[in-house]
Design a protein around this ligand. Structure first.
Ligand code: BGC
Length: 456
């Protein structure tokens, strides 16, 4: 059993959900990602999909229906994201703390208050995350960085970013702290640093290959978390955490050790003295081997983890979804066990899900990952909740609208929501408080959960 105090819910973010064709007032043109996804050259070069975020699900206006469906399914927690560019449409560089209230966008804050209140009135708790990939354009002009190496507004490699984030956190704490249940400062800072400065194909702004900047961005993100933590603590004693992209790593031992250290623990170790909870996002594993020619010393193998063909079988015989990510729930079990042993804070799974428009594999995905979690809880690990990614389809960054992660499907022409079978399955599991009655599905037609792959 998951136990009475364990919470189920969903995670959403700002940029991926808020805008929608049906409502022009939902559109925010002020962020780096907005510019990036509209850039003609990026579209022509296939760096981004050519889909636009303003054709997205329209949570900004339709949030009541989202929350109604979440509450109906028995969920008790919703994570949302705030868009920095909406709250501060103009720069805060020369603005003192006392002047922040004067230049923030009041109507945006009022709107976020309405959204949060609506979640709470439906009996659910709310986790508010301050930064999910997007930055205001006045802090990050990714096209200029990418094409002209012009770092005038350099985003997370800009030394001014930490102080501006501190101000943003301070204002959010003061304006919204009375409604929030838990704060998260950042979502997946490791992804922001790695994909932005070490990977062109990801389509992640600014998409440049300057490995030395990965470290610069990472250091600023760490500092930003630390100062935001202090700011949020100044206004209340609410728990403040961070959400990190974890993975499980298999493969050649020396490469595994290297990758584990670099990608899994280094960042969190450095903030662990200012962390009241840790959010773990987990989708699949990585399989690595040594590669002295890579600046990291290792590379990932094709055919495993997040490096497979879409809708196929991995080298290990596991099904993959529309993104080509291998279903590997044993990795969630293993990494959560390591996290719980390493960090003395409550852990929440804050994202876990699969791009699967047909909802073919999602039932297996859900059942197998919840089985991993239930097993850990029964072994006594300090895991407090599971938030699925996500409630509905949304705008999947550079991949646009075609990669659909929703328990509920969205008709992007009018925002209409249609629950998929997995939605009802999740509702049923939440209601039963255990996944045990569904486990037999994991043996046919795929053998998805293999206890031999679990660490001691
Ligand atoms: C991100 C989400 C994204 C999901 C699926 C996570 O890395 O936090 O924004 O939609 O993965 O790709």
């Amino acid at each position: 059993m998951f136990g009475r105090d364990f919470v189920f819910g969903v995670s959403l973010s700002g940029f991926q959900f808020e805008m929608g064709r049906a409502c022009p007032d939902s559109v925010d043109r002020g962020s780096d990602w907005y510019l990036w996804t509209h850039d003609k050259l990026n579209i022509e070069n296939g760096i981004v999909s050519g889909d636009f975020p303003e054709d997205g699900p329209n949570y900004w206006n339709n949030y009541g229906e989202y929350h109604r469906l979440a509450a109906y399914s028995g969920m008790k927690m919703v994570r949302i994201g705030l868009e920095w560019s909406r709250i501060f449409p103009s720069p805060t560089f020369d603005i003192t703390d006392v002047e922040l209230e004067g230049i923030c966008d009041r109507s945006t804050l009022e709107h976020y208050r309405k959204i949060i209140k609506d979640i709470k009135e439906r009996g659910m708790k709310v986790v508010v995350n301050l930064n999910h990939f997007t930055l205001p354009l006045w802090l990050h002009e990714p096209v200029k960085v990418n094409r002209l190496s012009d770092f005038t507004a350099g985003g997370w490699v800009d030394p001014r970013s930490v102080e501006q984030f501190r101000k943003f956190a301070a204002l959010c704490g003061r304006e919204l702290g009375d409604l929030v249940d838990m704060w998260s400062t950042q979502n997946e800072p490791n992804v922001v640093a790695m994909l932005g400065y070490r990977n062109r194909a990801s389509g992640f702004p600014p998409s440049i290959i300057r490995p030395e900047l990965v470290e610069v961005a990472r250091n600023n993100l760490i500092e930003a978390h630390l100062v935001a933590y202090d700011e949020l603590k100044r206004t209340s004693d609410l728990p403040v955490g961070l959400i990190y992209a974890f993975s499980w790593i298999d493969g050649e031992e020396s490469a595994v050790n290297l990758a584990m250290k670099k990608t899994q623990f280094e960042f969190v170790d450095r903030i662990s003295n200012k962390l009241d909870f840790l959010g773990c996002n987990y989708y699949s594993r990585m399989v690595v081997e040594s590669d002295p020619s890579s600046d990291n010393g290792y590379r990932t193998l094709r055919g495993y983890g997040q490096n497979c063909e879409p809708n196929s079988l991995s080298g290990y015989g596991r099904p993959t979804g529309d993104f080509g990510w291998e279903i590997y729930p044993e990795g969630l079990y293993n990494i959560l066990k390591m996290i719980c042993r390493r960090y003395d804070v409550p852990v929440y799974v804050m994202e876990n899900g699969i791009a699967d428009m047909a909802d073919h594999y999602r039932p297996y995905y859900l059942i197998s990952h919840l089985k991993a979690l239930e097993k850990l809880l029964e072994e006594g690990y300090n895991i407090k909740g599971y938030l699925h990614w996500s409630l509905t389809d949304n705008y999947e960054w550079s991949s646009g609208l075609g990669k659909q992660f929703g328990l509920i499907g969205v008709d992007f022409s009018d925002g209409k929501l249609t629950p998929r079978p997995s939605f009802y399955l999740f509702k049923e599991i939440i209601g039963q408080g255990t996944v045990k009655n569904f486990e037999k599905m994991l043996a046919t037609p795929y053998r998805i959960f293999d206890t031999d792959l679990l660490i001691e």
